[in-house]
Design a protein around this ligand. Structure first.
Ligand SMILES: Cc1cc2nc3c(=O)[nH]c(=O)nc-3n(C[C@H](O)[C@H](O)[C@H](O)COP(=O)(O)O)c2cc1C
Length: 301
């Protein structure tokens, strides 16, 4: 019988799929609901030091085989998020996602998430549409190293780092995470993108530049995991365009030990976790794999 349990460092999950940051995870109630839908864990919305209204509308639209968003990291701030986390952690494993502009800010936010009961923290070093944050601090290996080191000094829980595909030095970023003691890499966040409306002669979105997610980014995410698998030895979590068990298997065989779902939850609802879990079990039974670990990185062999 196939076993869907996975380990990401010292975090064990009963099921390999997690809810990606920013998707149905802004409140304690939505995180609890997602935990009941077959997800092994939920990554919280990325939270910063102060309340942030995000970018004004329009900030989300569908495009061919994907969607683009420039939400601008709306969140209530770390103090108000305490209540949401305390509700959610009673129901299962929550990874607390944070964003900041400096190593000190990341360290302080991560410490708060640890206090709130997060089983790990995920550092958002990859949002493509938040000035001064996200990929603006996550594409410089020196900065990445100092952020991860500062957070490692501040918390005992595992430190995961979510990286951007918007760089030609992804392997260097991955090595910087590993050298600084990071416990896992999450790849990928959205790709820098935009939409122009010909009739208006202007960009559609209020922030102009946005992040592309969904089915169309899967091959880029799989390649990113493939490259990271060759560059680092720490666990890799795959995310980007996973809609069914075959998509998840591509990430696993490229080198991911677990995966996250974002746009598929928005498009197809939370039932997508159960259907992926069933698909993985059927595949593993048919092809003779007893665990997810047995398939991790096998495309490199
Ligand atoms: C509406 C929306 C909001 C998002 N918010 C966050 C966020 O707060 N922090 C973060 O690290 N990633 C955020 N992301 C990126 C996703 O977590 C994920 O990395 C990306 O969408 C690729 O996965 P997908 O193709 O399965 O959606 C967001 C994505 C979307 C579509």
């Amino acid at each position: 019988m196939s076993d869907l349990r996975v380990r990401i460092g010292n975090i064990e999950l009963d099921r390999p799929g997690m809810v990606a940051s920013g998707i149905m995870d802004e409140t304690g109630d939505t995180m609890v609901r997602m935990l009941g839908c077959g997800a092994g864990a939920v990554v919280s919305k990325s939270v910063g030091t102060n309340p942030n209204p995000g970018h004004r509308n329009p900030n989300f639209t569908e495009v061919a085989s994907g969607c683009i968003n420039a939400m601008g990291l709306p969140n209530p701030g770390i103090e108000a998020f305490r209540e949401e986390m305390e509700k959610a952690v009673k129901a299962g494993k929550i990874i607390g996602s944070v964003y900041g502009a400096s190593p000190q800010e990341f360290a302080s936010l991560a410490g708060r998430m640890e206090d709130y009961g997060a089983c790990a923290v995920e550092l958002n070093l990859s949002c493509p549409h938040a000035k001064g944050y996200g990929m603006e601090v996550g594409t410089d290996p020196v900065m990445v190293k100092s952020i991860v080191s500062a957070v490692k000094d501040a918390v005992k829980v595992p430190v995961w780092v979510k990286v951007t595909p918007n760089t030609h030095i992804l392997a260097d970023i991955g090595k910087a995470v590993e050298d600084a003691g990071g416990d896992a890499i999450v790849a990928i966040n959205t790709l820098k993108a935009m939409v122009i409306v010909p009739e208006f002669g202007k960009p559609l979105m209020s922030n102009k530049v946005c992040g592309l997610s969904g089915k169309c980014i899967k091959p880029i995410g799989v390649r990113a995991v493939w490259d990271l698998h060759s560059a680092v030895s720490i666990p890799i979590v795959g995310v980007g365009g996973i809609y069914d068990h075959r998509d998840a298997l591509e990430y696993i065989m490229a080198g991911a030990c677990a995966f996250q779902l974002g746009s598929a939850v928005l498009d197809n609802g939370p039932g997508v976790f159960d259907s992926i879990n069933r698909g993985l079990e059927a595949f593993m039974d048919e092809y003779g794999y007893s665990s997810i670990k047995d398939m991790e990185g096998i495309a490199h062999e």
